[in-house]
Design a protein around this ligand. Structure first.
Ligand code: NAP
Ligand code: MG
Length: 477
């Protein structure tokens, strides 16, 4: 099978500076939350990494009050040029502590170190650099001469990109003059609490950023708090809908970044080897725990056989295992619950008659792992073609004409992203116009840049994050 054998190349876990206890961060201090402490585990080994203090509903109120005070007295009054200095400082501190953050993220989340090191952490720093640049230029952003912040932002994020989703939320909020209370996901609170240390190191005024670990009920209390002006949520469509119902009729401004079931469309004139790399990146990056994952491969019928053969060979060379090994391509599934959800959907694919192929790679006995899997002969009505699996599982469908490709790509309740692989520029532009997706990549996939707005259509949510457009979500415009 493998062309090369690789000796283990583990990154040192000592770099994470792991502590046995972590605590919520409120008003510039680490405090004892009055919630029930949680234990966060390493999903690759199932060992407990640390105990984390959590917030109770009354702590939510304390944090929102701290954020309000910081907003009224300090942050909303500070000139943008001064706010920018804090954002630059935070960006540089993320860079300085990047190895620590990368190892900690891989331990807590299960993602391969090469991804946390080369993607999550540098992109998080880039978001702070980018938004630092906006802080003193908001009057040129196209929202009028003196755009005002909203106030206190309540932000809730998922476990798939813990530090990066935090950066997507906090950087634009601070740049525009808002203060923040953020709840990280229950299974991945650690890098958010190191980020809190970074806020202290940067001497960010107390209360501008508050971090409250806790479960979904704390997210709900934060979102529903009467003194929160802006709600930003990234997570499942189900919880997104609940939040929308919860705050309906209030003056809160809302952005929702939800799930996806993206089509990655390969035409017969595409450079196939390059497309195979893009397909692999599209669905196996971060174990497929990616809202914009290219989880539905639409391939033109005339090349389907050849492409599938190349794809299976390439997938069989992916290395699955220890997330801290620098050679690992696929790490651990973040939780037992998520692994069970993936297994359930894969069983439905078998039961509904799709052809399952699974990489013969060895799978560790301990920890939550799932071997990369490709389903062919998939019909549009099957659950594996309609529901977000959020795991390393690709569903392959075929099409004959560009019109059919568009119809099938758009046959989804979601609309977050899409990919097009073809040599024809005119076809790329034609397709991009027809596809109902917030981001369309051409001859590439999963490219992120803080300057490019990201967000969805339909059940993938609304509002944009990143770029000039993303500022609007945090301005009173
Ligand atoms: P989730 O269950 O919706 O959880 C997301 C966050 O919301 C977590 O912090 C969660 O807390 C919290 N939460 C749960 N119930 C809540 C409630 N009633 N009110 C307020 N907050 C609540 O989603 P997930 O399974 O962690 O994340 C995966 C989903 O996120 C996928 O569907 C994926 O597509 C989506 N996602 C979207 C984007 C995007 O930009 N569009 C990016 C990344 C991920 P707990 O951790 O305690 O459950
Ligand atoms: Mg964990």
């Amino acid at each position: 099978m493998g062309i090369f054998e690789y000796a283990p190349a583990p990154e040192s876990r000592d770099l994470a500076n792991l502590k046995s206890h972590y605590r919520p961060f409120v008003n510039g201090e680490f405090v004892d939350g009055s919630g029930e402490p949680l234990k966060t585990i390493n999903p690759a080994t199932e060992e407990v990494l640390a105990e984390v203090g959590t917030a109770s509903v009354s702590d939510v109120d304390i944090a929102v009050k701290a954020a309000r005070k910081a907003y009224d007295n300090v942050w909303s009054k500070m000139p943008g040029s001064e706010r920018a200095k804090y954002l630059f400082r935070i960006a540089r501190l993320i860079q300085e502590r990047s190895r620590e953050l990368a190892v900690l993220e891989s331990l807590d989340n299960g993602k391969p170190i090469k991804e946390s090191r080369d993607s999550d952490v540098p992109t998080a720093a880039a978001h702070f650099f980018y938004h630092a640049g906006w802080a003193d230029k908001l009057e040129y952003a196209g929202y009028g001469p003196n755009p005002k912040p909203l106030g206190v932002a309540g932000q809730v994020i998922p476990w798939n990109f813990p530090l990066l989703m935090l950066a997507w939320k906090i950087a634009p909020a601070l740049a525009t003059g808002n203060t923040v209370v953020l709840k990280p996901a229950e299974t991945t609170p650690l890098t958010a609490l190191v980020f809190a240390e970074i806020c202290q190191q940067a001497e960010l005024p107390p209360g501008v950023v508050n971090i409250l670990p806790g479960a979904g009920d704390i997210g709900a209390a934060l979102v529903g708090h009467g003194d929160v002006n802006k709600v930003a949520f990234t997570g499942s469509t189900e919880v997104g809908k609940a939040i929308q119902r919860q705050i309906a009729g209030t003056a809160k401004k809302l952005t929702l970044e939800l799930g996806g079931k993206a089509a990655n469309v390969v035409f017969d004139d595409a450079p196939l080897d390059q497309a195979v790399e893009g397909i692999v990146n599209g669905i196996f990056f971060n174990q497929g725990h990616v809202c914009c994952a290219g989880s539905r491969l639409l391939v033109q019928e005339s090349i389907a056989g050849e492409l599938l053969e190349k794809l299976r060979y390439r997938v069989s060379t992916l290395r699955l295992g220890d997330p801290l090994d620098k050679n690992t391509d696929i790490g651990a599934i973040n939780s037992a619950e998520q692994l069970a959800k993936i297994k359930g959907l894969v069983e439905s694919g078998d039961a509904e008659g799709a052809q399952r192929w699974t990489s013969p790679c060895p799978v560790p006995e301990r920890g939550f792992f799932f071997a990369p899997t490709v389903f062919s002969d998939v019909q549009q009505s099957m659950r594996i073609a309609r529901e977000e699996i959020f795991g390393p599982v690709l569903s392959v469908l075929t099409f004959r004409t560009p019109d059919e490709a568009v119809t099938k790509a758009n046959n989804t309740p979601y609309g977050l992203s899409a990919g097009i692989w073809t040599e024809k520029g005119s076809r790329i532009l034609w397709m991009a116009n027809q596809l109902r997706a917030g981001v369309v990549w051409a001859n590439t996939f999963n490219r992120f840049d803080p300057a490019a707005p990201f967000g969805g259509y339909q059940e993938s949510g609304f509002g944009r994050e990143g770029g000039r457009t993303g500022l609007e979500a945090y301005l009173d415009v």
